[in-house]
Design a protein around this ligand. Structure first.
Ligand code: PLP
Length: 362
């Protein structure tokens, strides 16, 4: 299908200038000597790693984190100067692939360390992930202390840990995790250290160490929930209006007949649904923006379609082919997530493949 006036698809605009500006803003907050990487796992949180990561590299980013080797291999030709860390590390038997392809494994268990040492013979770079309280991935502190010196001989380029509660600045887990991590770092002089994700950067310079690992904040999610949003908005999702219909009582809208029309109304049907990652939990409670004013989502979110009550909207805007902001200046990603009962991360990573994607800037 070609794009143009008759294109019925909704439009997802991703602002790469804003992503680069967000990276610079975070890098500029760091204590002197600390550097910012970029986490571009899960296709850069759904925004398109192949389009986003090169813009970050042009902004000055050198260290990139992906989740899987496949994600690393996709980016490698696009980021010839970068260090690409793979958070999952090698599956048993995949160590050779990391060596051949120049991917840096994040080693998360004693078994991964042993297998890596056997293959790499200390001649290729690796990162060590120590668990300080998340209990998800990472070596225990004792295993890390025991094994790190063997890695450190040739190849250990980064020691890292991950914060469980960084978006809660007063949570006691934060200083507790920092303290445990420092115990390991004391035994690894000269190895770069990394602890903070997006929100961790805002816990203060103690948490910056040598390298920070922001993801969500780069893509416009507020790293300081409850306080003013420091990041620029990156995503603009415009839902295309497919039909506008006049309805009067008695009538209902959508599956389950959950929305009863209470007055003469105009209903706009928009091309997005839960198959596009628009949460079904927004049924009867979502909100779009049309010409700077909120319009309520009425009825259920269905697979491909949603419906808005545009009775009070400007009819020149509420027309077939026009757009209702599903994510935009009036309803940024965090606000949409809060209404849906989730977090901005999930809204971004589920953005659908049927939207026309436009990359602007950079
Ligand atoms: C996803 C991830 C990050 C990035 O976290 P954000 O909250 O998105 O900034 C950093 N480190 C690790 C280990 C991660 O898995």
């Amino acid at each position: 299908m070609t794009s143009g006036a008759a294109d019925p698809a909704s439009v997802l605009t991703i602002d790469r200038t804003a992503i680069a500006a967000n990276w610079r803003l975070l890098a500029g907050r760091l204590k002197s000597g600390a550097q910012a990487s970029a986490v571009v796992k899960a296709d850069a949180y759904g925004l398109g790693a192949a389009k986003v990561a090169p813009a970050l590299a042009r902004a000055g980013c050198v260290d990139f984190f992906v989740a899987t080797p496949e994600e690393g291999l996709e980016l490698k030709p696009l980021l010839p100067q970068a260090r690409l860390y793979v958070l999952e590390g090698p599956a048993p038997g995949a160590e050779g692939l990391f060596v051949e392809q120049g991917l840096i494994p994040v080693l998360n268990s004693a078994n991964q360390v042993e297998a890596w040492l056997a293959t790499s013979k200390g001649r290729f770079p690796s990162a060590l992930h120590v668990d300080t309280g998340m209990n998800r991935l990472g070596l225990s502190l004792d295993d890390a202390k025991r094994l790190a010196p063997r890695l450190a001989k040739g190849s250990l380029v980064l020691a890292m840990s991950h914060l469980a509660c960084s978006e809660e600045p007063n949570h006691p887990m934060n200083p507790a995790q920092l303290g445990r991590f420092r115990e390991l770092l004391a035994e690894l002089p000269g190895v770069r250290a990394s602890l903070a994700n997006s929100s961790g950067i805002f816990l203060g310079s103690d948490y910056h160490l040598d390298l920070v690992r922001p993801g969500a904040a780069l893509y416009g999610v507020n790293p300081t929930p409850g306080a003013a949003q420091p990041m620029a908005q990156v995503v603009h999702l415009q839902g295309r209006i497919l039909q506008v219909r006049d309805v009067d009582t008695p009538a209902t809208v959508g599956y389950g007949a959950t929305h009863a029309i209470g007055r003469k109304s105009r209903i706009a049907t928009v091309a997005a649904g839960y198959a596009d990652g628009y949460p079904r939990s927004l049924s009867g409670r979502g909100e779009g923006y049309l010409g700077g004013r909120a319009v309520p989502l009425v009825g259920r979110v269905s697979m491909d379609l949603i419906t808005f009550d545009v009775t009070d909207a400007d009819p020149h805007l509420a027309r077939v082919g026009g757009f209702i902001d599903l994510i935009g200046p009036g309803n940024p990603v965090d606000a949409v997530a809060a209404r849906a009962g989730t977090i901005g991360y999930e809204i971004l990573t589920r953005l659908g493949r049927r939207y026309r994607r436009r990359y602007i800037g950079d």
